[in-house]
Design a protein around this ligand. Sequence first.
Ligand SMILES: Nc1ncnc2c1ncn2[C@@H]1O[C@H](COP(=O)(O)OP(=O)(O)OP(=O)(O)O)[C@@H](O)[C@H]1O
Length: 778
Amino acid sequence: MMSSQVSPVKVFIRIRPTARFAHELIECPPDQQTLKVRSRKDSDKGKRNNQLSSWVFQLNGILDNVSQEDTYDRVARSVVLGAFAGYNGTIMCFGQTGAGKTYTMTGAAETYKHRGIIPRALQEVFQEVEHRVDHTFSVHLSFLEIYNETMVDLLSSIKKGKSLNSGVLTVIEEPGGGVSVKGLSLHLVHNEEEALNLLFEGEMNRIIGQHALNKHSSRSHCIFTIHIESRSRTLSDAKYITSKLNLVDLAGSERLSKTGSEGQVQMEAMYINKSLSFLEQVILALADSRREHVPFRQSKLTHALKDSLGGNCNTVLVANIYGEAAQIEETLSTLRFASRMKCVQTKPSINEHVDPVKSVTIYQLQVRRLEKEIQFLKEELSMCNTLTYRVGVSNEILSERQLEEVRSQVQRYLSGLLDEIPIVSITQTQEVFAQFKKVVLEQQKKLREQIAPRNPRVEKAMNTTPSIVAEVQGSVGAVGEVDSCGYGLGLAKSSQKHQRTVSPKPSKARKDKQISRKEGAASQPPVENITVQAEQPLNLSESDMTTHEPPKQAPEQQQQQQQQQQQHPRTDSPPPKAEAFEDFKAERGSEINRILKENKAVLSERTTQLRVLTDVINTTKRDLDYITYELRQFRERKQSQGQFVSSEGEPVLEEAELSLVMQLKELKNRYRQAYEDFSSTKTEVSYCQHLVNQCRTRLLTEFERWYNESFLFPDEVLSVLETGPVRPGHIPVDKALTLMDDEEHSDGLHHKLHADSTVSFYNAYNRTLKRRGSRQVS
Ligand SMILES: Nc1ncnc2c1ncn2[C@@H]1O[C@H](COP(=O)(O)OP(=O)(O)OP(=O)(O)O)[C@@H](O)[C@H]1O
């Protein structure tokens, strides 16, 4: 049930038309909401009073000379429509016998025009059911009569009704605060006509007693209920709403003395008066916010109307009055009841429920649907795989336009104009790789054409130098913290050094050339701006230096190399990296090295400071614990000996205790200060560590580049690299130098990728051909 707002009961006065209307006693001002009544009688005591008393009643509307149609519109329509939104509604007529309750509620059966609220409500309900096509509705009816405190099912004569209990009817309270009548039959109706049939059937069954005032007077209370249940057609969830419309025709409220009834009828009148009196008590209790208990259970009527009066319901009361002078007492009584009812507040709220069975079914359906979907996707995936590896390739080959797009993407990616190449399909991804390889091969070919025939040294470098990537990774891993500053090259022990017969250092002229080349390079940022992130590992070890050993060669190769070395001067061979690194730090990389050393010095100093502060904190903490313990001990001792109190009655601190308190205070301050210093120093340490790491990475990266470009690559290689789309770092440069795929290999690459994919298809095709051939032969 959804949260509700408080809403007061709406009260209307309906005046039965009469030629003898007591205009001198009842005045209806034009505002249509006020009734002024005068009377010479003391209505409470039932005696004549010479004083003329007057009363003013303020209500929601006065229905004087108002048609049945307008009465329905003003009184009932909103309540009936509210039921379609899930709100319960109650409309009840109250008043003395013959004042027009039944006329208002059921109407005059003879003429269609004079039909009352119930038939009009039924008409509206079925019109709404027809209009609201997005919902399915079920409408049930029940008709209850309360006669002499006995509940009677007015539709029990109808066989089809569903009733939980065919025995005695009892009012039961439902968990949400509502009430229902156990055993009362509920009848499913599909249209207005079926519903009206039931209404008339119930009316026929109504017990009618002879009465002095009105021979057709109803001596019972009747509750005609329309039960509506609606479910969305569009949302297949388990939620649904229910509502009920109680249309109540109360028995006449006249006094016993006035009826002049005897015997059975007098008994009826007594019961009626009693139940209406209980109704009044309930209304009084509901109108008084201080009252905690409301006596609903005192009568069947009040119990059955419990949720209509004080619960989850839009409630409207029509108080019918018979405006003749002779009835002024009853009129006053009815109006008093009506104005009390106006103070009653209800809490209408939408009755939304969740169908437990349906919710399980819905989840089951969802699970089943998802399982189906998974199955479908699995099948689609397997079909896709099948197609990709067998026949699909021929269908999925990229068009010329698509190929061109991939080429363009790769070019833009390599030149830095595109950040990433999105993966679209397997063939597109294959094509991207193919294009990358093609670029590499093209560059390699260009290199070979330009330099190989003219420069045998490059051939040699290409054959003897490990891959640049391996070099960068391996060599970076070869430098460690072994020098005096805690940093430097991890120099291999002399016994582990490979024996080189060549001069370890490049000539001065060569070095100058190298330096000027690097200094001219645009990629060289100022050393202060150390923001390059490390991509290489930083931890370097001595043993890694052995990775600089030339790869093991076959004896023939060694012999060939020795011959080559004899042919070419030794100065052409690259120096050992350890020595080159020392040179680099002294010259080309001196500035970075200096900054690195400075940063390391600051780091070392801050680390020492941090250590000192840690000691201070620990010592202070120990002292704090000790003084706290001492103070506690002192106070416990003092407690056992009794408290010293000054002449003013204040507790007195002893000198020793005061000293401990002061020490504690001082220690706390020291601790706080040391902790603050520790925190800020710790931040500094991690920042310095970060700077050191950056510098170290930078030094190594610069060294590797310098080493490679100075000793391994000739100018021709560098010039080609600078002009091509592949920038240093994009691909392993040595790959470009050492990979020697021939032209056909390059050209055939794209086809091979597809050929791999089509192999299954062609294998199968060839097998079929073979089988066919063998059959022909045989
Ligand atoms: N507003 C009205 N317009 C025309 N006729 C009316 C109106 N109100 C009541 N009457 C007529 O007055 C007579 C008594 O009305 P009705 O039977 O509705 O009174 P009641 O309050 O229902 O009495 P009871 O105590 O028997 O239930 C009926 O013949 C009815 O047609």
